[in-house]
Design a protein around this ligand. Structure first.
Ligand code: PMP
Length: 287
């Protein structure tokens, strides 16, 4: 089946879709994005994704391409036209196209909106979750506004490549004080030996993950003790369980950190429970 991509008001065949060479997303990474899970044909937590998008746009003074109801419609339409049941829908908004100049272009510059959807075999992610993943730590060399979901992803791409070369599936960024900030494309969590779930508090060093916030709701509902507190790699080694969260993998067990096993090296029981229950807490919007 031909894949369909949305670009600036048009639904185009994948091979024909493109943006201008002087788009500021291309030249300056002057651009923000969102990735929303699609499960059983429904958009997961789309309200929170669009709220975060609005915040990223506002902080960077990029114009909104359209109001939220219209954006939900485009997301649904791309999912529908590509017949995605399980997968991801990706959207990117750039400041638009203008002759290359560092300073912002004039107010008549229209933002660029691109929406792409892709199927993912849920069995593949489930198989990964049964084993758990290995992570590798790397120094956090990103900029000071990691709370904004920009496409400035080169440090994350380098970190992931570094992890892959070391046989790991995710990288954990570590700050100057030795605390884990977050994963290259996920938030980082541990379950301490006293049963407390720990994840770093929100600040400009990490992205406020949508999966993170929904999972915090679930953890509270289950009455599991939780603390938003930074932890080190040594804390992770001493932990009972570790996991990462992201829209693409929801709750993914971490069983190895820097070549050392966490506990017995198998996915933790609380992690598995949180993974199983995650979608009971998440918002589901049929497409
Ligand atoms: N941190 C970073 C740096 C990410 O790229 C992502 C995934 N987009 C996350 C955290 C997790 O965010 P979410 O749960 O909204 O996917």
């Amino acid at each position: 089946m031909a894949r369909i991509v949305y670009v600036n008001g048009r639904y185009l065949p994948y091979a024909e879709a493109g943006v201008h060479v002087e788009d500021r997303g291309f030249q300056f990474a002057d651009s923000v994005y969102e990735v929303c899970e699609v499960k059983g044909g429904a958009l997961i937590d789309v309200t929170r994704h669009l709220a975060r998008l609005a915040r990223s746009l506002e902080e960077l003074r990029i114009e909104r391409p359209m109001a939220d109801p219209a954006l939900r419609h485009v997301l649904s339409e791309v999912v529908r036209r590509n017949r995605i049941r399980d997968g991801l829908v990706y959207l990117q908004v750039t400041r638009g196209r203008a002759p290359r100049d560092f300073v912002f272009p004039g107010p008549d510059t229209e933002p660029t909106l691109v929406v792409v959807a892709r199927s993912i075999d849920p069995a593949k992610i489930a198989a990964k979750a049964r084993h758990g993943i290995a992570v590798k730590s790397v120094p956090d060399n990103r900029w000071g506004r990691c709370d904004l979901k920009t496409v400035m992803l080169l440090p994350a791409a380098l970190a992931k490549e570094n992890a892959r070369a070391a046989g790991a599936q995710e990288a954990w960024f570590v700050d100057e004080k030795g605390f884990v900030t977050e994963g290259a494309s996920s938030n980082a969590w541990i379950v301490r030996s006293d049963g407390f779930v720990l994840t770093r508090p929100l600040d400009a060093r990490i992205l406020g993950g949508v999966t993170r916030s929904t999972l915090l709701d679930l953890i509270k509902q289950l009455g599991v003790p939780v603390e938003q507190r930074a932890f080190t790699i040594a804390d992770a080694w001493a932990a009972k369980e570790a996991f990462v969260t992201s829209a693409s993998a929801t709750v993914m067990p971490v069983t190895v950190v820097d070549d050392r096993r966490i506990a017995d090296g198998r996915p933790g029981t609380l992690t598995v429970r949180l993974r199983e229950k995650f979608h009971s807490m998440a918002e589901k919007l049929p497409t």
